[in-house]
Ligand binder design. Structure first.
Ligand code: DC
Length: 220
């Protein structure tokens, strides 16, 4: 059984998806981390993110694995390294390339084969798992998303202005929504939830309730 959670950065989908997977006892797939891994591999190798062929080669060379809450790239724990602003920027560039997406979509479908999983990203309900059991699309106002990101960075001791974050959010949304391959958009059959005024536990409660009620209405 596959549950997909898509939405823009800062919509709360990563935390919600992880929490939901724990509640349901399902596995969890963070597909954004996979694009970040490719970006990190690209930067590490001094490859130009604008060089589509070279980036594609990197996406085919790197071995991405997940162990508990860690993301491993060729066996090395890169969970923290892939969260820097530099990697965030490069990830959004490499995610535009069809050949990179093709490779990662293949790995995502492989990861979900025969298991119960909550998979989180931008295109999980539209492209990767069009037949998923339950699809969600989380949104939040850009100002609220910027506020959350600002708080997250401040907790790590990083000083960035709210305005700068808001600007990055607009730019990244635009790139994610306007790319020709697998743009960020809800699947026709996705349930949309606005998390702007909800605490994360309230979001997880709602998601869990919706999945469980669909499971009960599906069972004979
Ligand atoms: O969710 P995130 O911020 O970790 O994602 C990093 C980048 O990868 C972001 O620019 C969107 C892109 N991405 C994507 O294009 N498709 C996915 N399924 C997941 C992420």
């Amino acid at each position: 059984m596959i549950v997909t959670i898509d939405g823009p950065a800062g919509s709360g989908k990563s935390t919600a998806a992880r929490g939901l997977s724990k509640r349901l006892g399902f596995e969890f797939l963070d597909t954004g981390a996979m694009y970040r891994c490719v970006a990190w591999g690209v930067l590490q190798r001094n490859v130009d993110p604008a060089d589509e062929q070279a980036v594609t080669d990197v996406s085919q060379q790197v071995k991405i694995t997940f162990a508990d809450d860690q993301v491993l790239l060729d066996g090395e724990d890169v969970s923290e390294a892939i969260r820097t602003p530099e990697v965030t920027e490069a990830a959004s560039v490499v995610a535009q390339y069809p050949t990179v997406r093709q490779e990662l979509v293949r790995l995502q479908q492989q990861a979900a084969a025969g298991v119960e999983i909550v998979s989180e990203g931008r295109d999980q309900g539209t492209v990767v798992f069009p037949d998923a059991f339950c699809k969600f699309f989380l949104i939040a106002d850009p100002e609220e998303r910027a506020r959350r990101r600002h708080e997250e960075l401040a907790a790590k001791g990083k000083q960035v202005t709210l305005d700068a974050i808001l600007q990055q959010i607009y730019e990244r949304d635009q790139r994610d929504e306007q790319r020709t391959v697998a743009p960020l958009k809800p699947a026709d059959d996705a349930i949309e939830i606005n998390t702007s005024r909800l605490a994360i536990n309230e979001v997880i409660d709602q998601l869990e309730q919706l999945v469980r009620s669909r499971i009960s209405s599906d069972s004979p």
